[in-house]
Design a protein around this ligand. Structure first.
Ligand SMILES: Nc1ncnc2c1ncn2[C@@H]1O[C@H](COP(=O)(O)OP(=O)(O)OP(=O)(O)O)[C@@H](O)[C@H]1O
Ligand SMILES: [Mg+2]
Length: 271
């Protein structure tokens, strides 16, 4: 395991990594992880950030201590199969995926997440910067500090004052407008569970299920997202915000979009 951790890493860390990967990674994922490490010069995986139903998110550390979030799809749940039907096949970009092959399905799903993330990042949406997709693995910017991930909006909103909450609300509206008008996507799972907060700035995450505007259900997904925004800010956070219909108008007001396109730099990879 020496090459995984780098010579300078303590043995115990390698042992931890080995135990982690042995538990949940199949051989192909392990090989894919090595390849990702090689390409991005990642030195070590430094712990599990989140173990969700389908995917695990790890913090990884590269040269000069640069941190990455590595999301790996590992499990096919019933919910995941449903998502595939709803969000993948309806998307003109992914209509021809052979979903009878579980591996191909994972790869397509990871690729979809990466493409969505890239499209949002390039449009100027506050999302983690995407670095690479390889098989079932996506690597992006780590949102956090001192090795700890930033909190989700859901986890911290109670600690925010009214002015701070209003500022977050405005950032959310602007971010959604940018997703819609800039990236020309609908997030389709937009909620306080998929927004991180760092230094008062929001980051939208978890974009695998986002669909392009020509998806047959794009309008339904958009309405659902808008209701979610309203539900959270009005009911959970107790902020005085407009009715869903008006929020919908606001996020659709492309002429008011303030985000500006970013350019990808070298190192962005898909393959
Ligand atoms: N770029 C990132 N930087 C730091 N932490 C992240 C990043 N992306 C995701 N996370 C953490 O990992 C968790 C899961 O990520 P995400 O929401 O993308 O996956 P998921 O498959 O939807 O998992 P879940 O089912 O738990 O929502 C997030 O709630 C967040 O805590
Ligand atoms: Mg999530």
């Amino acid at each position: 395991m020496e090459s995984l951790g780098g010579r300078r890493e303590k043995r115990i860390k390698d042992k931890d990594l080995f135990e982690t990967v042995e538990e949940v990674w199949d051989r192909q994922t392990l090989l894919a992880a090595y390849e990702v490490m090689r390409r991005l010069r990642i030195r070590r995986f430094a712990g599990v950030v989140s173990a969700g139903k389908e995917a695990r998110v790890y913090r990884a550390v590269g040269r000069g201590g640069k941190e990455y979030a590595v999301k790996i799809y590992l499990t096919v749940t019933a919910e995941f199969r449903k998502s595939i039907q709803k969000y993948l096949l309806g998307d003109p970009r992914f209509q021809n995926v052979d979903i009878s092959n579980t591996k191909k399905l994972f790869f397509a799903w990871a690729r979809k997440e990466y493409r969505n993330l890239k499209r949002m990042w390039e449009a100027g949406v506050p999302v983690p910067r995407p670095y690479l997709v390889y098989q079932n693995i996506i690597v992006m910017e780590f949102i956090g500090r001192d090795g700890l991930r930033a909190p989700l909006l859901h986890e911290v909103y109670r600690e925010l004052g009214e002015d701070e909450l209003r500022d977050v609300y405005e950032q959310v509206i602007e971010a959604y407008r940018c997703i819609l008008c800039g990236a020309r996507l609908v997030h389709a799972d937009f909620s306080e569970y998929n927004i991180m907060l760092l230094d008062g700035r929001i980051y939208v995450i978890d974009v695998a299920q986002a669909v392009s505007l020509d998806h047959p259900n794009a309008e339904d997904f958009l309405l659902h997202d808008v209701y979610n925004i309203h539900r959270f800010f009005a009911r959970e956070a107790g902020l005085d915000v407009p009715e869903p219909r008006q929020i919908l108008e606001e996020v659709k007001a492309c002429s008011r979009m303030r985000c500006s396109p970013r350019r990808g730099e070298e190192g962005d990879e898909e393959g």
